[in-house]
Write a protein that binds this ligand. Structure first.
Ligand SMILES: [Zn+2]
Length: 211
């Protein structure tokens, strides 16, 4: 149902269907995730969080809160390795993270995002083989490089489109202040353009429904 084993970077929806999916990687993280969850809640927006096992082990309460507030969760490996792995290591990266996500949130995710979007170091192959949907993105905020808030906002707005998937980060470092400042502006500008926000599982369902 969720395009098992496929690689997607956006949902193929009707161009008049202004839906978009916000996604947050590398968390959960203590203060950053809390701030992002507050903004999402205030705006009644559901998003998708691609978690690292290592981050979730550090911040299980934030991970549980993400699930409790109705957001979707994806697997982003344990260590965020970029280097080439053998199948056993790749499997461990994914399975230990899947186990911890399930133990912490009661969610069995079928979504996988490879660290750095790297498709050739064995983790994506392992995930495909095990029927995950490989979720890339169509709009990269490049927030990890700490640009100014208007740069993040403008980049996302320029790349926004129906069925789009926006990449941002709640984890991967203590300073996500630009992301947190940009997020309410991104949400309100997209809403002003008529967009509504969906989780990635929901986007994939809509994609099936349009076939
Ligand atoms: Zn990442």
């Amino acid at each position: 149902m969720y395009y098992h084993g496929a690689v997607i970077k956006e949902g193929k929806v009707d161009p008049n269907n202004k839906v978009i999916a916000l996604s947050f990687d590398d968390g959960p993280w203590r203060k950053n995730t809390d701030s992002i969850l507050k903004i999402l809640k205030r705006n009644n927006v559901k998003a998708t969080f691609f978690m690292l096992g290592d981050s979730l082990a550090n911040f299980p309460q934030q991970g549980k809160l993400i699930a409790d507030e109705g957001h979707a969760i994806g697997n982003h490996t344990w260590h965020h390795f970029y280097h080439r792995m053998d199948e056993q290591t790749a499997g461990k990266e994914i399975e230990t993270t899947a186990d911890l996500i399930y133990k912490t949130t009661n969610i069995k995710t079928t979504l996988f995002r490879p660290p750095g979007g790297i498709m050739t170091n064995c983790v994506a192959d392992y995930a495909k083989k095990h029927n995950y949907t490989i979720v890339m993105w169509s709009a990269d905020s490049i927030d990890y490089s700490h640009p100014s808030v208007p740069v993040i906002v403008n980049r996302v707005m320029r790349e926004a489109k129906p069925g789009g998937i926006v990449l941002m980060h709640d984890g991967g470092g203590n300073n996500r202040s630009q992301t947190i400042a940009a997020l309410p502006q991104i949400i309100s500008k997209l809403k002003a353009q008529g967009y509504s926000f969906v989780t990635i599982p929901k986007l994939l369902q809509m994609q099936v429904a349009t076939k």
